[in-house]
Design a binder for this molecule. Sequence first.
Ligand code: PNS
Length: 170
Amino acid sequence: MTTAVYPGSFDPFTNGHRDILERALRIFDRVIIAVVRNPGKKPLFSIKERVEIIKKSIPPTDRVKVDSFTGLLVDFMRNANSNIMVKGLRAVSDFEFEFQMALMNRKLSPDVETVFLMTSSEYAFLSSSRVREIVSLGGKVSCLVSPYAEVKLMEKFKHDSALSENVDKE
Ligand code: PNS
């Protein structure tokens, strides 16, 4: 039985992420989605929220586990008994960064193999940061994320705009 780890910030999980997950499930028996607890940037959603959004954005299956991690990804993979890392590629521009990460991870743990899966062209332009920006500016993202993620995004920005309105009044 092959288990692959699909790591990321998932802030939030998008339809592009789901597309990569579905492709990974065609190749591997099980996929562990590993949500990084402390990405370099301050995330919009807490770790609990990001995990919840993922769970509610995919059909229920015992082939997928959603987990979170801190520290090195290769250490998480060792504990999870997996040596296959899945990464999504949208465009050539992703490649340079991902190539460096893959080689560094191989240096840290020589038995880890990074498998790159190409996203559907439908999602080549899609990123979590673009989704956050659109919602923050009042746009709709219903074709880019799950209905649950959309609701959570709307709540987050409604809350923030209420806060900023209060600040403006002060
Ligand atoms: O979705 P992202 O933000 O592109 O995911 C980046 C992620 C989580 C894959 C990367 O930040 C990561 O691997 N973090 C764990 C820390 C680590 O192992 N660093 C060494 C990588 S060479």
